[in-house]
Design a protein around this ligand. Structure first.
Ligand SMILES: [Zn+2]
Length: 464
């Protein structure tokens, strides 16, 4: 790739990327793209591109919309030793993610003032754009839903299990609220009763990391999803199942859709990459919720992604300092649940998906960008390469090989669950609203480039 200054710039075009393979909703098309004031102003064959201040020759590499990661734990004021807007957004940029939807971790984002504070901090510190998930729902805060939606915070997180267990009554109230006012309830779906009871079987065996997975069997997920779908069916609210991991869970979602329930879902790169037996090799680092599953479950996730039953891939990025993992060496219950991921979504989908023939380029675009943009009310400002959309883009080298190591990662945690893996397919450059934020191995913009992106397209119905 070469960059050069254009001779003239009579059209106020800031950037042209030419000689690319553009990933459009129709598939891969040869040509280039022009950017003015952060937005795409032309999309054409190279011969018809305008002059620009900066011209990048993409050398026939693939240029696609930046990823939208709808589930990433980036900022929590009580846990800024885990990640923060600056480090987390750098990891995002290095993974081709141009917008993340921050998910609360332990601190609540359940008031307008808490959302305002987070937005201010994010705009001061993030290098990529972001939206906010709100949560976690409980019996005293679901009434905030109609107050948050006008702020563009329209996705609300709930749990069916600890640490933020909300009973079925709360979930019914919340789904009724979004049926009335618009928005989405995103639910971490594992059944509390199953976890409690199966944890008793592990008595004395907690030194084996796999015990964590055995105490949270697939049935826990399937039952919770079935129950949440029944509530969505009754209320008419949009249910989004967080990080589905099992064949049984996917089955419940597909059955719900067949009878008209509004239910969408997501999958994480770690559940697409690893499986349950890897836990004894990887140790406490591989602890997350829901846990790693069997090879058969992993295969069912890929096939559901291929046939469109899973709409998007999200990171569930939730790393921690290494010592919070190491304390689980002798008792896996002591280890933090969560892994890095925001820098790995695209790498996993290129290496394990595209390059192994498991998904097509059109599906890659849908599951990383256009679907999350449409579902979370960011489309067509985000999620597509078309004239008038934000120039959020990632240039990828599909054949470049790399060995994943902690020193290439931008996350604050200093380790990665993908350590040592050889992968093929690398994000080379990332642009947010036309500004290059990442190139090869470094970020190229100061903290504060990121802007809050309100979720739109949610229906606010008239009272009475
Ligand atoms: Zn999460």
């Amino acid at each position: 790739m070469t960059a050069s200054a254009g001779a003239e710039n009579s059209n106020n075009v800031d950037l042209v990327i030419r000689n690319a393979q553009l990933l459009l909703e129709s598939g891969l098309v040869r040509g280039g793209i022009a950017v003015s004031n952060g937005k795409i102003c032309a999309l054409s064959s190279d011969a018809h591109l305008p002059e620009a201040v900066e011209v990048i020759d993409a050398d026939s590499k693939i240029l696609m919309p930046g990823l939208i990661d709808a589930h990433a734990h980036i900022h929590d004021s009580e846990m800024d030793d885990h990640e923060d807007f600056t480090t987390g957004s750098r990891a995002a940029a290095a993974g081709g993610v141009t917008t993340f939807i921050d998910m609360p971790l332990v601190g609540q984002t359940d008031t307008v003032s808490a959302a305002d504070a987070k937005i201010k901090l994010g705009e001061d510190l993030s290098i990529v754009d972001f939206s906010l998930n709100s949560g976690m729902l409980n019996d005293s805060n679901y009434t905030m839903i109609p107050h948050m939606i006008p702020k563009g915070v329209a996705s609300f997180k709930a749990f069916t299990c600890p640490p933020f267990y909300a009973n079925t009554g709360v979930i019914t109230r919340a789904l009724s609220e979004v049926a009335e006012y618009g928005g989405i309830v995103t639910i971490h779906s594992e059944d509390q009763g199953i976890i409690e009871e199966f944890s008793k079987d592990m008595d004395g065996d907690w030194d084996a990391p796999i015990s964590h997975a055995l105490a949270r069997p697939p049935l826990a997920e399937q039952l919770a999803i079935r129950q949440n779908i029944a509530i969505a069916d009754e209320t008419g609210g949009h249910l989004h199942i967080a990080h589905v991991t099992t064949k049984g869970g996917i089955h419940e979602i597909e059955r719900g859709r067949l009878r008209g329930v509004i239910v969408t879902t997501e999958v994480c790169p770690h559940h697409l990459t690893f499986y349950r037996d890897d836990m004894n090799r990887l140790g406490p680092k591989s602890k997350m919720n829901p846990p790693l599953r069997t090879k058969e479950d992993r295969a069912s996730l890929w096939s559901a992604l291929l046939r469109g039953s899973i709409e998007m891939v999200v990171s569930d990025h939730a790393p921690c300092p290494l010592d919070k993992k190491e304390v689980g060496q002798d008792d896996i219950r002591e280890a933090w649940s969560g892994v890095d991921g925001i820098q790995m979504i695209l790498r996993v989908l290129l290496s394990e998906g595209i390059n192994k023939g498991r998904i097509s380029f059109k599906r890659l675009l849908q599951v990383t960008s256009s679907n999350p943009a449409k579902i979370f009310g960011l489309y067509p400002r985000k999620g597509v390469l078309q004239v008038g959309s934000d120039a959020d883009m990632v240039l990828i080298d599909l054949t470049k090989e790399e060995k994943i190591s902690a020193d290439m990662m931008f996350s604050k945690c200093g380790w990665t669950i993908y350590e040592g893996m050889k992968m093929t397919g690398v994000p080379l450059m990332t642009f947010v609203r036309g500004q290059k934020v990442f190139e090869f191995d470094r970020t190229t913009v100061k903290p504060g480039h990121g802007r809050f992106q309100p979720m739109g397209g949610v229906v606010q119905r008239e009272e009475g």
